[in-house]
Ligand binder design. Structure first.
Ligand code: FDA
Length: 511
């Protein structure tokens, strides 16, 4: 797999056969000698942990302006033994879309970002390089009563997000983004463009939650838009430990997945400075989107979660697109155009993990989490309720298996500023928290969410990886669906061309 300069030259020559006269290959290729190479490489990197001078860099970046450039990149890299990484929004938690331990090139879909929304038949085609913010903006431009159930961060790319599941504040009503994908265009390992019909239901199933990177390059998705009411209601209620935050989180676990499906209440836990100098304390925020007005919301809260003490003045009515800004933490003063902004929002390094809870955690268990939290500088934990639509979709409908019986998902992260020796300290901390949570979270398997990628769960060999070895992480993300993903992979990419540290291995590549 060690590629030489002549491999790169041959690759470029080969790629030029796929470019149109109007777009010379020089317009889509960036080498380390190109002045914009570094800024393009860094443009969408979200986790500064992977922006250090020692992070392996690509030999080339191909930035397709046309589908044929993706076909060319696949065919030519296969022919000349180049390893590829595909990047859409660059939000991968472990940097797998722009980093590899073996020589590689990046196919960066940044320029493929067109979106066409059809409110007549409630669908849209979205190219993989578009962001969630762009998608939400284009939907709202056409209608204030259509929406799409995907993640909260506007800069996330739809290429990676939909292919790994994708959830946000409407998942209790409409499920995951992947549950609402109805067609896709993909470049396969032979460089062919396939749609749902020509790829067949197995491959179409695999790319809706199994991670696109194992199966091909997704060019675009066709999605089903969903109905949102003209008025939605949001609230954010903060509680300190003195205000019974522990009891409230404990109680929340018994109601969060059983509330009306129009009501989503998540919990964000962080650490704040206390009243005394040097004192640090736990802060808990209950954040909610309700698909209706405040008149309907208050009685529901009174009936099911009166302990929170929600009052009229805690609530804000708005339309759905404004709620998108609210949950992205963007000021209401900002114009909606901010959703089109692709500039990196994070200036931090981070490490994250995920878990699922099937039995409420005891108050003592929660207090233990607070204790571990106070050992860290900038920890965050987000509890996202399931139930509703999530419980109605079968475990095998898509590769994403965490459905009925899962009360909520936990995501925990720690942030720090610089990539230094200190990184280890933060990573050690989050591993300690993972270990602390063991008795409280799902078991056999201990479930994880692919889009919150965590290489601690296990990684493939640089060479071939056996089914058994990949099962260690694969079962956590996909449970019983892992087997079918391996079958699909074996069928569509037996030579394991599309691979990374956590790609689905084909059976033929048993090492
Ligand atoms: P990126 O381009 O890094 O790709 C991620 C993976 O998909 C890589 O393996 C890549 O090779 C592959 N891939 C990308 N494009 C592809 C294509 N066209 N064809 C084939 N493979 C492709 N999740 C969530 O469910 N809800 C949320 O609210 C959020 N919020 C959030 C906020 C922030 C700040 C971050 C950093 C991340 C999230 N996420 C999230 C997680 C997010 O869903 C996850 O990181 C996605 O994989 C990101 O997709 P991108 O295209 O941006 O990533």
């Amino acid at each position: 797999w060690v590629t030489s300069n002549s491999d790169s030259d041959n690759f470029l020559q080969c790629l030029s056969l796929f470019s149109q006269p109007s777009i010379p290959v020089s317009k889509i290729i960036y080498t380390p000698n190109t002045s914009s190479y570094s800024s393009i490489l860094q443009s969408s990197i979200q986790n500064l942990r992977f922006l250090s001078p020692t992070t392996p860099k690509p030999q080339l970046i191909v930035k397709p302006l046309h589908e044929s450039h993706i076909q060319g990149a696949v065919i030519c890299s296969k022919k000349h033994g180049m390893h590829i990484r595909v990047r859409s929004g660059g939000h991968d938690y472990e940097g797998l879309s722009y980093m590899s331990d073996i020589p590689f090139i990046i196919v960066d879909l940044f320029n493929l970002q067109s979106i066409s929304v059809n409110t007549e038949d409630n669908t849209a085609w979205v190219q993989a390089g578009a962001t969630l913010g762009e998608l939400y903006y284009r939907i709202a431009e056409k209608s204030r009563t259509h929406g799409f159930p995907a993640g909260s961060c506007p800069t996330v790319g739809v290429g990676g997000h939909f292919s790994g599941g994708g959830f946000g504040t409407m998942l209790r009503k409409y499920g995951l983004a992947a549950d609402n994908v109805i067609d896709a265009h993909l470049v396969d390992v032979n460089g062919k463009i396939l749609n749902r019909e020509s790829m067949g239901e197995d491959l179409f199933w695999a790319i809706r939650g199994g991670g696109g990177a194992s199966f091909g390059v997704i060019i675009s998705w066709k999605i089903k838009l969903v109905a949102v009411p003209p008025t939605v209601t949001v609230f954010r209620v903060e509680k300190s430990l003195e205000q019974d935050a522990t009891k409230l989180v404990h109680r929340w676990q018994y109601v969060a997945d059983k509330l009306h499906e129009d009501l989503y209440i998540n919990v964000v836990i962080g650490v704040e400075n206390g009243k005394q100098k040097g004192e640090r304390t736990i802060q808990v925020t209950f954040g909610s989107l309700f698909l209706g007005d405040v008149k309907e919301l208050l009685p529901l809260m009174e009936k099911d979660f009166s302990e929170l003490g929600l009052e009229r003045q805690d609530c804000i009515e708005m339309n759905w697109i404004e709620s998108v800004l609210y949950f992205a933490g963007i000021s209401e003063e900002e114009s909606l155009n901010v959703l089109l902004d692709r500039v990196r929002q994070s200036n931090d390094s981070f490490k994250a993990k995920s878990d699922y809870v099937k039995e409420p955690i005891s108050e003592i268990g929660l207090e233990g989490i607070w204790k571990v939290f106070l050992e860290e500088e900038t920890p965050i934990m987000i509890l996202s309720p399931y139930g509703g639509k999530m419980s109605e979709i079968s475990d095998s409908e898509t590769p994403f298996p965490h459905r009925k019986g899962y009360i909520y998902e936990i995501q925990y992260l720690t942030y720090w500023e610089e990539v230094t020796e200190a990184s280890k300290k933060h990573i050690d901390w989050i591993r300690r928290l993972y270990s602390y949570l063991t008795p409280y979270v799902s078991k056999s398997p201990r479930a994880s969410y692919l889009n919150y990628r965590d290489l601690d769960l296990g990684r493939n060999n640089i060479g071939n990886t056996s089914y058994t070895q990949a099962s260690v992480w694969g079962i956590k993300y996909f449970n019983n669906n892992f087997k079918r993903l391996v079958r699909v992979k074996t069928m569509v990419d037996p030579s394991n061309f599309f691979r990374n540290e956590q790609s689905i291995p084909p059976l033929l590549s048993w090492g």
